[in-house]
Design a protein around this ligand. Structure first.
Ligand code: ASP
Ligand code: MG
Length: 405
């Protein structure tokens, strides 16, 4: 069986006309001899609308009824796509998450997939049906679960892995992954290929084309992923493993940014073993994800400053958590800054090519942009800067690394 999983994002199914053209696209693949599992998102804006409905009743809602409500957008689109396919003479059948079943754990509103039962869908596929599945949905012991915002990408990749699809096509409103956000950098170019690791860094550093989890899953199961536009008839960006990529050619794949973090600095923290463990342990216990961390160098027994970043949405509880540690750690004062952006340069060529940091820091210096915090991974360098300079930094770095060529 030559199976393709094709996932359509919210704008791709945003109107009945769009759904009809999705059906035409699928029909074409069927005519070309492929078996298809379609994964449908809710119509654009629908999940937000559903969440607001719940929040008109309560904010204390992260339970199974919440998932029952917010998963319903996908039920509608999966049914509509199946109907549109039948109108075109294509045999098709929708399966809700519980009908497959796609089993998850009981983390309602951000559940993890545990197992996909394949029997029913397999026999339908063998009988020539196009299977239409709602993204985002799963089931935990007969209760509906959802996989977190943007979770349809993860549904698609998981299905592609389970059914050993030859490809997982993620149809969206952009035609691929770009060297930078095209709304910010007009000469950004579409990448033909990018590695899983690079995509993982880009996705987690703010490029919004794919849910980060879905990229990690695709990497683990070596699912061949393509991001492409449902509005155009051309190939998109392939996300592949490193071996398949011509490493010599591209050193840097993209520049990305996030503006949703805040910086906290603790001054004159007592310099003795265990202080960082207490601070970051307490934050972890509150479920707060800390991103960048720097500690100034110290002479034993004196004081040190610790700076770190958290999501702006976690800032308040982060500050309260630290305040509550006053009897366990000593520090002079705590300051916060929400007007910061994290700008990252990502590329697997960094592993072998020296001098990337030099170009990055020189470019920022030439533009008089002050670096507040630096962090790196093997294939990424991130800097925290004042958010006033986000656009300037992204544009000038894009030029400095010659990404427009
Ligand atoms: N509809 C869900 C959301 O908006 C899932 C998805 O589209 O990926 O987050
Ligand atoms: Mg999405």
């Amino acid at each position: 069986m030559k199976l393709i999983v094709a996932k359509f994002g919210g704008t791709s199914v945003g109107t009945i006309d769009r759904i009809k053209s999705v059906a035409l696209k699928i029909k074409k693949e069927v005519t070309n001899g492929y078996n298809i599992i379609v994964v449908a998102s809710a119509m654009a804006g629908e999940t937000n609308r559903l969440i607001k409905l719940v929040e008109k009743i309560t904010y204390n809602h992260k339970n199974s009824e919440y998932d029952t409500v917010i998963s319903s957008g996908e039920q509608v689109t999966s049914g509509l796509i199946a109907i549109a396919l039948k109108e075109l003479g294509v045999k098709s059948k929708s399966y809700q998450g519980w009908q497959i079943p796609l089993e998850t754990d009981n983390n309602f509103s951000k559940a993890n997939i545990e197992c996909i039962k394949k029997e029913n869908i397999t026999s339908d596929l063998e009988n020539g049906y196009v299977i239409v599945v709602p993204g985002f949905q799963g089931v935990y012991k007969n209760r509906i679960t959802t996989l977190g915002r943007g979770g349809s990408d993860t549904s698609a990749v998981a299905l592609a892995a389970a059914f050993k699809a030859i490809r997982c096509d993620i149809y969206t409103d952009v035609d691929g992954v770009y060297t930078a956000d095209p709304r910010l950098v007009t000469n950004a170019v579409k990448l033909e290929k990018i590695t899983f690791e690079e995509m993982l860094e880009l996705a987690s550093q703010g490029a919004k084309v794919l849910q980060t989890r879905s990229v990690a899953l695709a990497m683990n199961y070596n699912v061949k992923l393509q991001v492409l536009s449902s509005f155009e008839n051309k190939s998109g960006t392939f996300i592949i493993n490193e071996r398949q990529k011509d490493m010599e050619k591209t050193i840097i794949s993209g520049i990305t940014y996030t503006s949703n973090e805040a910086k906290i600095t603790l001054f004159n923290v007592n310099d003795k073993p265990g202080q960082a463990a207490i601070i970051f342990g307490a934050l972890a216990d509150q479920g707060i994800n800390v991103d960048m961390i720097v500690q100034t160098s110290t002479k034993d027994g004196e004081a040190t400053d610790i700076t770190f970043t958290v999501l702006q949405s976690d800032l308040l509880i982060a500050k309260n958590t630290i305040d509550n540690l006053k009897n366990k750690i000593e520090f002079n004062n705590m300051i916060e800054d929400s007007k910061v952006s994290k700008v990252s340069v990502v590329g697997s060529g960094m592993r072998t090519k020296p001098g990337i940091a030099k170009i990055m820091f020189k470019t920022l210096a030439d533009n008089n942009i002050n670096i507040q915090v630096i962090s790196t991974s093997e294939i990424k360098i991130s800097v925290l800067i004042s958010s006033n300079y986000t656009e300037l930094a992204v544009r000038t770095l894009h030029d400095a690394f010659g990404l427009d060529k």
